[in-house]
Design a protein around this ligand. Sequence first.
Ligand code: PEP
Ligand code: MG
Length: 937
Amino acid sequence: MPRRARKTPLTKNRRRTRPEPRVSKASRAAKASRAAKASREKWVYLFDEGRGDMKELLGGKGANLAEMTRIGLPVPPGFIVTTRACNAFLAAGNQFPQGLWEQALAALRKLEKRAGRSFGDPDNALLVSCRSGARFSMPGMMDTLLNLGLNNAVVEGLAAETGDARFAYDAYRRLVQMFGTVVLDLPDEPFEHVLEEYRRQRGLENDAALPAEDLKAITQSFQRLIREKSGRDFPQEPIEQLRLATEAVFRSWNGKRAVDYRNAAGIAHDLGTAVNIVTMVFGNRGEDSGTGVVTTRNVSTGEREMEGDYLSNAQGEDVVSGTRPTLRISALKELHPKLYAQLERYCEKLERHFRDVQDVEFTIEQGKLWMLQTRDAKRTAQAAVRIAVELAWEKRISRQEAVLRVKPEQIDFFLHPQFAPAEKKAARERGDLLATGLNVSPGAASGVVALDADTAERWSKEEKKAVIMVRPETKPDDVHGMLAAQGILTSRGGRTSHAALVARQFGKPAVVGVSAMEVDCEKRQLTIAGRVLREGDTVSIDGTTGELFAGKLETVIPDLKDPHILELLRWADGFREMGVYANADYPRDAERARELGAEGIGLCRTEHMFFETDRLPHVQRMILARSDAERDEALATLLPFQREDFLGLFRTMKGQPVTIRLIDPPLHEFLPSHDELLHDVTALETRLELLKGKPEAKGLEERLAQKRRLLEAVESMRETNPMLGLRGVRLGIHLPALVRMQVRAIFEAACQCTREGVRVFPKVMIPLIAHSNELRVEKELLESEARAVMKEQRVKVAYQFGTMIEIPRAALTADQIAQDAEFFSFGTNDLTQTTYGISRDDAETGFLGEYLQKRILPENPFATIDQRGVGVLMEMAVKLGRGTRPKLNIGICGEHGGDPKTIAFCHRIGLDYVSCSPYRVPIARLAAAHAALRLET
Ligand code: PEP
Ligand code: MG
């Protein structure tokens, strides 16, 4: 029962009339001690108080600014408000924790002292920026404000001091605009419209050429806009500006685009952002000023050359937003050779210091170079490999580190489709090469043009279309569309533009800065050299070369011949402890797998050979046979086919293990479907009815009889749950002649190879064992046939006999099963299906999607092993199996065998090898090395 509030007698003292919250002495003391602790906590660090290894507390940007200051690079003085302060602010419902603001003001005073300027002093103003900076870089996803400290009086002072009213008002209009959009959350468009109108009146292309009086009028319009739209004035008090800006940057941690980005990049949501308050330096103070972004090496290709963009007389945001065409950094060499050399020296120092390629922002203010930011550079997969290998060659990092620096998934790029050279040539000849832009993120992609992020996302997700998202330039708000698209294309922007950064990070092919392309988002069309493409038309982009084509181009998979990747994989092979095998059914797959580094075949699904058109009729004859003699005859026809298949595999693998699994699927899979047959029979019956008595009826009667026989046979084999029915070992026991034929084919091929001097190592594997007795029966049958063949052929072949573990009971009784099995291979497709009781054929196209979307399951258990369930069974089977047979050889051959997370798990539980599809072999080699190195450290 709810307790009733005790009534408090009315007294004169009104405050006493309210029921007092019932707070115990102890909790009051705890609260007081928390508050005291909060006021003692250090929330603010000057740059020279921090270090590079304090990223968790100071954010990546702040910690690196502190580190650059520490190693003597020219960084404008500043301070950092910590990520803990952000978390405390958000937890308290957007309230600064005690002590924070006082510390920030004290730090500001120190900045003033160092700069010899005062915040808000019209005659000698200090201006600062307020920049977000989380533990992990989230480019453009959170907010930043520049030029804080300007107001109606200070701007005049700045104009007088610099003798440049245009510069002063440009800085002020930027501040007011950013204040409106970032702090007050107003849309950007009304501000842009004002600017556009002034540009139009003057007939100008960009804002840089607007005169001072226009910028002053624009600033006033912006202030009016703020008043109208938000009902409050732009604050003239600089301290209030700083406070509101800091709060806005903290709040932007939970902004939609930041949350989306963190979800996509797998960044935790509870890290918080730091805020960096930095003395402003200006790149827009004339031709001896400028700003730029460089990476210390080429982050598209990995080549050892400084790379990036530069803009004279501009502020940083002009480079990143891609609104003004940038120059390549080499232009700085010509403009200011000494500054270029200085920048090169700083970059070299930074790369050595951080032991990785850096992405650096700098500003030149009237001939003085300032370093504004450094961080480990995002790079393409191709560059990641080359940089890691070359840094190891240069002895800056160890080979182990080099291997660990490349993510297994990045190898995928080298195996990814590229446009076939002949396709491209033909497209060029057809005149379909529309334009060339900057090749900022490699790979080939075709899809329909979508002109905004929402359309791109909708078409891709709901209509399952391949989409190329096309924009004049991208903004952080576009990330959801970019993630959904196959590729990204923009008409503006440089190598370091938002579009380029995001595309590289997520491995999306991208071409930016296609200046020949006009994107008209209102008419929903693109115009390129007079050619008009509408939204929904298909285009192809080559992010490796920067080309844009009309229509769809076919792709090819490249060879794994890049010398850097070969070297990296060689090193990885030296570190890994597990073998990497491939699942391959045909000699051509086996060959590809070997080229990609497979050391054996972990699964040959023999039934796949039965589906080939020249074999299927014999397989059907075997299934439908009404006598043993008829069946034996069909099997005898199949034998040479199977023998040839195995000969091909043995010859390709040259003595490496070839794991051959005997027949597995239910037999109805080899026959026409029941529904189809029923339909055919009914159709034939109807036609015969119409043709009754006519000569044409004769042939039809014959066909009808055949179809009816087939239908009868299919009906007799029908099962309600065929995946839990007569398949795997059960089928082998049911049809021993089929097993004998397969074993004979294996051993005849093995004997023939041995006679030819080709070494062979067959491993014969039985699927879907649930009970050890099943295995024993199969073993006897198989060994007697194998012995018979070897005796006939007078050749002895070493082989192994083993089983798949793909039913929970097999895992639970692995000790008994290991008495007969010399090896285990986890068939995790079936093991997941049978452990979860989820049909592997239906789930992924059905409810599993919903489960994943609603986070009922954290991951698709058919892609990454469910360690808590299926994984426990695997671990148990390993222990039980090796308890019986200590040298038991154990691997995995389900689809999970190519998944890096699963590979790490397999290493941990002591598997000897993983087996995956040929194209995942290089990924598995690297993932296995990571698993071994990570467990070591
Ligand atoms: C498995 O079940 O994991 C397996 C490899 O066999 P299949 O996919 O052929 O059933
Ligand atoms: Mg299976």
